[in-house]
Write a protein that binds this ligand. Structure first.
Ligand code: ZN
Ligand code: ZN
Length: 416
C-alpha cells in the first residue's frame, strides 16, 4: 500500500526535475554535507524526491521536519491562550547547531496562504514573534549566509484552490503545478543548463548596479514617491551566490531579483504596494505607508491592517527596511499573470522592498563584517524579514549618485 501517492494532477517527471534542480542548483549540496529539510506533509511527493536526490548527490544525513495545516489549526482551535507565546527553542537551537556544523538548509513551501484568515490576528502575531525569537540562533546562520540554503515550492491542492478558485481542485492543482514548473525553468530541455544561463544574466545586472555605486534609488508612480537611501558599502546580489562555507547556491527557486541593503535611517516618502501580501496565513491588501528617516510613521491597508500594524511593531527594526530588490515587470512570473499569494513567487513578479533584517552578503566584504559594523553602515536588524511588492509597469526608478547625478534604472517597470 502506498501511504501518500503522487498527486494525479502533478506531472511526476517534472517533480523529478524539480527535486534535481532544488538539490543541484538551489543547494549545490556537497558530498558528505548534511541537510536539514522542512516541509508540509502536503509536499511529500516532492520531499521524497528531494531526499533521494540529496543522497544521490552524496548527502551525509538528511533530516526531514514535517508540518501540517490541520495541526497548525488545532492549536488555534484548542490551544490555551498562554500557548501563543511559546516556541520550541530546543528544536531551533538544534537547527542552529546543525548549521554551525555546516549542514545545508532547504525549505519547501506549499502551505495554504489563507490558512489563518479566520483566526485572531493578535494571536497569530504573538505566535509569529515567539517563533522568530526562538528561531533567531538558527536564522543568524541564514541571514549571515554561513551555509548554502534554498527554498523551493510544491503545488499543494490547498494552495492551488486559493490561486485558482474557479477551477475544481484537480484542475487548480495542475495549473499551479505548471506555473511553478515554468517559473522554476523546468520546461527547458536541460534545466540545470538553463539555470546557468539565467544566473549569468542576473550577474550582468548586478555588476552594472555595483559599478554605478548609487547612493539612493528614487521611485515614482501612482501613490508612490519614495527615496530609498542605500547602505554604505552596499553590494548588489542576485542569482547564484557564494555562502561563507564556499558553496555557490541559489537561495530561491525561482528567482528573478537583484537586491541589496537599503540604509535603515535614510528612507523618505510614500509608497503604495502593487500586489497583496500574504503573511502567515493572512492577506494584507492595498498597503500604503509613509517613511521618515527610515522608519514607517504611518501605515494603512484596505484589508489586514491590524496584521500589518502588528507586524511592524514586532521590534525596533520591523518598521525599517532590510532589502530593496529590482525585478522587471516583464519577468516570466509577472507575465504569467498569476498571483500566487506566496512571497517566493510574487516577489519575483515585481520590484519589492522588505521590512526587517538585512542580508550581510549585501555588503562589500560582507562575510568579514561584525553585527556592529553592519549597523554602522546602515544595515537593519530585526526578528522579521517580510518582502512586499511595490513595482509595476507604472513605476519609474532613478539611481541617485552622491554628486547628485540621476541615472534612469527602470522605466515603466522595465530596465532602462
Ligand atoms: Zn527579495
Ligand atoms: Zn527578501
Amino acid at each position: 500500500m502506498t501511504v501518500c501517492p503522487d498527486h494525479p494532477a502533478v506531472d511526476s517527471a517534472k517533480l523529478d526535475k524539480l527535486a534535481e534542480v532544488a538539490v543541484r542548483v538551489g543547494l549545490n549540496l556537497q558530498p558528505g554535507q548534511d541537510l536539514v529539510l522542512t516541509a508540509p506533509v502536503a509536499a511529500l511527493p516532492l520531499v521524497r524526491r528531494v531526499v533521494a536526490a540529496a543522497y544521490r548527490a552524496g548527502a551525509g544525513q538528511v533530516t526531514t521536519l514535517l508540518s501540517d495545516d490541520q495541526i497548525t489549526l488545532a492549536r488555534y482551535e484548542h490551544g490555551h491562550d498562554a500557548s501563543f507565546d511559546k516556541a520550541p527553542d530546543w528544536l531551533y537551537n538544534g537547527m542552529a547547531e546543525a548549521f554551525a556544523a555546516n549542514a545545508a538548509r532547504m525549505a519547501i513551501s506549499a502551505d495554504d496562504p489563507m490558512l489563518l484568515a479566520d483566526q485572531d490576528p493578535a494571536r497569530a502575531a504573538r505566535l509569529g514573534k515567539a517563533n522568530s525569537r526562538a528561531y533567531k540562533p538558527a536564522m543568524k546562520h541564514i541571514a549571515g549566509f554561513d551555509i548554502n540554503w534554498t527554498i523551493a515550492a510544491y503545488p499543494s491542492t490547498a494552495w492551488a484552490v486559493r490561486v485558482f478558485p474557479d477551477l475544481d481542485p484537480d484542475a487548480a492543482t495542475a495549473r499551479l503545478a505548471d506555473a511553478i514548473f515554468a517559473a522554476s525553468r523546468l520546461d527547458a530541455p536541460d534545466p540545470v543548463a538553463a539555470w546557468a544561463a539565467h544566473n549569468a544574466a542576473l550577474a550582468a545586472r548586478k555588476d552594472w548596479l555595483n559599478a554605478e555605486r548609487f547612493s539612493a534609488l528614487h521611485y515614482t508612480g501612482p501613490g508612490t514617491d519614495l527615496t530609498i537611501g542605500l547602505a554604505d558599502d552596499h553590494a548588489w546580489q542576485g542569482g547564484a551566490s557564494r555562502a561563507k562555507n564556499g558553496v555557490t547556491c541559489n537561495p530561491n527557486i525561482p528567482t528573478e531579483e537583484v537586491f541589496t541593503t537599503p540604509h535603515a535611517h535614510r528612507v523618505e516618502g510614500v509608497v503604495r504596494a502593487t500586489k497583496p501580501l500574504a503573511h502567515q496565513g493572512s492577506l494584507i491588501e492595498d498597503i500604503e505607508v509613509r517613511f521618515e528617516q527610515g522608519r514607517i510613521v504611518d501605515a494603512k491597508a484596505a484589508r489586514g491592517q491590524t496584521v500589518f500594524r502588528e507586524l511592524i511593531q514586532t521590534d525596533d527594526g520591523a518598521a525599517r527596511l532590510g532589502e530593496v530588490a529590482l525585478v522587471p515587470a516583464g519577468s516570466p512570473i509577472s507575465q504569467s499573470g498569476v498571483l500566487f499569494y506566496n512571497t517566493l513567487f510574487d516577489e519575483n513578479a515585481a520590484s519589492h522592498i522588505a521590512l526587517g533584517q538585512c542580508y550581510q552578503e549585501c555588503f562589500v566584504n560582507g562575510a568579514s563584517l561584525s553585527e556592529e559594523e553592519v549597523a554602522e553602515k546602515g544595515g537593519n536588524s530585526s526578528l522579521i524579514h517580510v518582502d512586499w511588492m511595490i513595482g509595476s509597469e507604472h513605476i519609474d526608478i532613478d539611481g541617485l549618485k552622491a554628486d547628485g547625478t540621476r541615472v534612469p534604472v527602470m522605466r515603466k517597470g522595465e530596465w532602462a
